[in-house]
Ligand binder design. Structure first.
Ligand code: FAD
Length: 399
């Protein structure tokens, strides 16, 4: 990061990984994110010749998954710190692309949880693009709320159901256009209503090969921010899955849903610290260059005061996120803390980006400067992975 570095005890190896990811964020992600954002048609973002695939390939080549490997040589505390540092740096480069890399691992996580070698081989292969398909057209916040507290019977008709049929599952229905990587994913960690033969008994988690017969996709979603992040509907028409593809049965869903949302919200917390840092860095650089009243605008007291407020908020969000990610790794998941981090980071990213636009003056509103993009990216994050207000209500029940 270009701000003053107060990380006290990073090992040389951790410092090296951080620099490597920062270089990738700066040289590959930032320019690609700007180019993808400018594409008027979201179909072009995922076209065969899109720069998106080059970014994916270079990201894979970094081999960052190895950090989380038990054989990496890092302690669990180092792994936790590195996971937030890496996600921050990726979020600094482009938050939409960082989220795309994050959700791609959902099927892998589910496969590892199953412990079944053939599922691991199929769904944890390195070049697989994955997604987390949970939101439905009729159920947005509902899905997030019953992720941690499954009371599906009170929420009305689900849009997607997996029904037991002999030894296998038949999936019918659809997931919403909000599924990140929805149009491009090879596989889904699908969370939907499950009928084990006696009516819907709850929500379960299934592994789905999205190249299976009966799967189709909608048009990629066109949206205000994180435009480099593909999103799109997935339709299921009598999609047949082997029995062991139900990895999380309804009886285990409360525990898994809680842990899954904790992981996702903590990751969002890291990515949007990076996004906030990007806005601060841009504002700081601009304030040192732009001359008004015969001096660089950073010499004006009100601009300096604004920059300090931005800096203070970013460091506070970073401090909370590091603490939460470390605690999740060492003490186990605590959803209310992960939510506190997600809400703090995303609100901070939005506030800091908005202050940055103010510092840029009229140029902040111009499409020639990337700061307006960061404001749009940050705005989306306050709805992504659960609306901040709904998440706050959920967290409050655990205080
Ligand atoms: C950038 C982005 C990426 C996303 N990625 C994914 C993904 O990978 N996979 C996926 O499945 N989904 C994804 N989503 C979907 C996201 O999880 C939902 O958009 C979110 O949960 C909100 O649902 P909704 O949009 O239907 O809003 P609604 O649930 O309709 O909410 C509308 C408003 O009502 C309020 N509200 C709703 N219910 C309550 C309640 N019980 N109490 C109080 N207020 C309430 C909300 O706060 C909000 O202000 C993504 C969304 C975005 C923006």
């Amino acid at each position: 990061m270009s701000s003053i570095d107060i990380e006290a005890d990073l090992s040389p190896e951790e410092t090296e990984i951080r620099s490597l990811v920062h270089r990738f964020a700066e040289e590959v992600m930032r320019p690609a994110g700007i180019a993808l954002d400018a594409m008027a048609d979201p179909q072009d973002v995922i076209a065969e010749n899109s720069i998106l695939w080059d970014v994916y390939e270079k990201h894979r080549a970094l081999g960052l998954d190895a950090v989380a490997d038990p054989a990496s040589g890092f302690t669990p505390a180092q792994q936790a710190r590195l996971s937030s540092i890496i996600a921050e740096e990726l979020g600094w480069g482009d938050s939409g692309l960082a989220i795309s890399f994050g959700v791609t691992n959902f099927p892998k996580t589910l496969a590892m949880l199953s412990g079944k070698p053939h599922l691991i081989e199929q769904f944890a292969r390195p070049n697989l693009v994955g997604c987390w398909a949970i939101t439905e057209p009729g159920h947005g916040s509902d899905q997030i709320v019953y992720t941690a507290d499954p009371k599906i019977e009170t929420l009305g008709k689900p849009n997607c159901i997996a029904r037991k049929d002999g030894d296998s599952w038949l999936v019918n229905g659809q997931k919403a256009a909000w599924v990140s990587n929805g149009s491009i994913a090879d596989a889904a960690a699908l969370f939907c209503a499950v009928d084990e033969g006696d009516g819907i008994s709850g929500v379960g988690g299934l592994l789905v090969d999205l190249h299976s017969q009966g799967v189709s996709r909608g048009k990629p979603l066109n949206k205000i921010g994180q435009r480099a992040l593909n999103q799109g509907e997935i339709f299921f028409d009598d999609v047949r899955l082997p029995g062991d593809h139900l990895v999380v049965p309804p009886a285990a869903y409360a525990m898994f849903g809680d842990a899954g949302l904790t992981q996702a919200n903590s990751g969002m917390g890291s990515v949007f610290v990076g996004c906030a840092q990007a806005a601060l860095d841009m504002a700081l650089a601009y304030a040192k260059e732009r001359i008004q009243g015969g001096v660089a605008i950073i010499e004006h007291q009100s601009v300096r005061a604004r920059l300090f407020e931005m800096f203070r908020k970013v460091e506070a969000a970073r401090g909370l996120n590091r603490r939460v990610v470390l605690s999740n790794a060492i003490n186990g998941p605590k959803l209310q803390y992960a939510i506190a981090s997600k809400v703090t980071s995303t609100q901070t990213a939005f506030d800091v980006a908005s202050s940055a636009v103010q510092i840029f003056g009229g140029n902040g509103l111009s499409l020639e400067y990337p700061i307006e993009k960061i404001l749009r990216d940050a705005r989306a994050s306050m709805i992504e992975d659960g609306c901040n207000d709904v998440l706050g209500l959920m967290a409050a029940t655990r205080l």
